[in-house]
Ligand binder design. Structure first.
Ligand code: ADP
Ligand code: MG
Length: 232
């Protein structure tokens, strides 16, 4: 680990409350600037929980989670949301699209909260349409309601939303699971193009070890995380 890490966890722990509680501890994990890391782990191994800690949608109960040198627990809820919008383009496993918003509304949403990303995007609407095209979505789809799209199409919209405005960090939670082979390879090309052009860091989670070849580093959950499950 160096001082300049883009993402850095130190003795970070989080416990989901409730019956059958699941607790996760990360002694040390980091992603450097411009580095691409594939995180592999079985279903239920805490991958999405770990990404939520890094995105600051959940806060570590103990230890440190720092993004671009900022300890997330020092930010208020509101400034953490802003900080995430600026720093991280994220594709959640459940996409999290606004169902009644248009495709364009959804893709452009992060720019509203992130002036830095907005500035990197000279013509946002054109860029949104271009990203849709690059991801193999049909022409004119930007006006459609997100709720009317197929699952595969929604996933691509979530990907376009992550890429718009070229955030310094890209995080993707099993982003290729509902994409066919062509869309999957276009998506990975787009991610890696952005990494190459902007020096963005990429952290992607998957259970598919075959994707590993393209990444600087492949990390297994079992090597960085200890988990504890209570009987339900
Ligand atoms: P993965 O992404 O590797 O499949 P998750 O991080 O989604 O793993 O889930 C790990 C465990 O964390 C789950 O088995 C569950 O016990 C717990 N968990 C995940 N999300 C929640 C939640 N929203 N509320 C309560 N427990 C949760
Ligand atoms: Mg998951």
């Amino acid at each position: 680990m160096t001082d300049g890490s883009m993402i850095e966890l130190k003795d970070a722990g989080f416990r989901w409350p409730g019956r059958g509680a699941f607790a996760l501890t990360v002694p040390e994990f980091f992603v450097e600037r411009g580095e691409t890391v594939l995180l592999l782990g079985e279903s239920g191994s805490g991958k999405s929980t770990l990404l939520s800690m890094i995105c600051g949608t959940i806060l570590a109960d103990v230890g440190t989670v720092a993004v671009d040198g900022v300890d997330l627990k020092t930010l208020s809820g509101w400034s953490r949301d802003r900080f995430r919008a600026e720093q991280i383009g994220v594709v959640f496993q459940q996409f999290n699209l606004l169902p009644f918003g248009s495709v364009a509304d959804n893709i452009l949403l992060p720019l509203r909260f992130a002036p830095g990303r907005r500035k990197r995007c000279a013509a946002p609407k054109q860029r949104a349409a271009e990203l849709c095209q690059l991801l193999g979505l049909p022409d004119g789809i930007t006006a459609s309601k997100a709720a009317n799209l197929s699952v595969g199409q929604q996933q691509r919209v979530a990907v376009a939303r992550a890429l718009i405005g070229e955030p310094p960090i890209l995080i993707a939670d099993e982003p290729t699971s509902s994409l066919d082979e062509l869309a999957q390879s276009n998506f990975l090309d787009l991610m890696f193009d952005q990494v190459a052009a902007q020096g963005s860091s990429l952290l992607m989670v998957s259970h598919d070890p075959q994707l590993g070849e393209r990444f600087d580093r492949v990390v297994r959950m079992t090597d960085i995380v200890t988990i504890e499950r209570q009987a339900a």
